[in-house]
Write a protein that binds this ligand. Structure first.
Ligand code: ADP
Ligand code: MG
Length: 140
C-alpha cells in the first residue's frame, strides 16, 4: 500500500447546508486522515485557475459561479492509496450514478452541486494542494 495525499474540497452546497462535520465523518470512516483543513471563500480567479482543465466545457461558467457562491473547506487527506480511496467514497460525479453509501449519493444535490471535489491523480493532487496550502500547514 502506498501512503498518498489527495486534495479535497467541501463545496458550497456542503457548507451552506452545514454538512462539514457529516462529510468529514464519512471521510474519516473511509480510513482517510485530514492532515490540513481550512475554510476559504474562493475568488473567481482561484476558481478559474483550479478548474482551468474544464475551461472549454459548457458548464465552466456555472461551475465557477457555484464554487464562488459560498465558502468552501479545502483539505489535504492522507492514507493508503488516498487518491483512489477518496474517489471511491466520493462516488460518481453525477449523484444519480453514485454507489449507495457514498458522499455524493447521500448528500449531493445535482451533477453541478455535488458536495465534494477529490483529485483524480497523485500528480494533480500535488498541484492542487500547492494552490491552497504551504508545506507547514500540512501536519501528518
Ligand atoms: P469530478 O468532480 O467527479 O472529478 P469532473 O472533473 O468531470 O468531475 O467535473 C468537475 C466538476 O464540474 C464536477 O464535480 C461538477 O461539479 C461539475 N460538472 C461536471 N460535469 C457537469 C455538467 N455536465 N453539468 C454541470 N456541472 C458539471
Ligand atoms: Mg475532476
Amino acid at each position: 500500500m502506498a501512503l498518498e495525499r489527495t486534495f479535497s474540497i467541501l463545496k458550497p452546497d456542503c457548507t451552506r447546508r452545514n454538512l462539514t462535520g457529516a462529510v468529514n465523518a464519512m471521510i474519516e470512516a473511509a480510513g482517510l486522515r485530514i492532515v490540513a483543513q481550512k475554510r476559504v471563500h474562493m475568488t473567481q480567479a482561484q476558481a478559474e485557475t483550479f478548474y482551468a482543465v474544464h475551461s472549454e466545457r459548457p458548464f465552466f461558467g456555472e461551475l465557477v459561479e457555484f464554487m464562488t457562491s459560498a465558502p468552501v473547506v479545502v483539505q489535504v487527506l492522507e492514507g493508503d492509496n488516498a487518491v483512489l480511496a477518496y474517489r471511491t467514497v466520493m462516488g460518481a460525479t453525477n449523484p444519480a450514478n453514485a454507489d449507495e453509501g457514498t458522499i455524493r449519493k447521500v448528500h449531493a444535490v445535482s451533477m453541478g452541486e455535488n458536495t465534494v471535489h477529490g483529485s483524480d491523480s497523485v500528480e494533480n493532487a500535488a498541484i492542487e494542494i500547492a494552490q491552497f496550502f504551504s508545506g507547514n500547514e500540512i501536519v501528518g
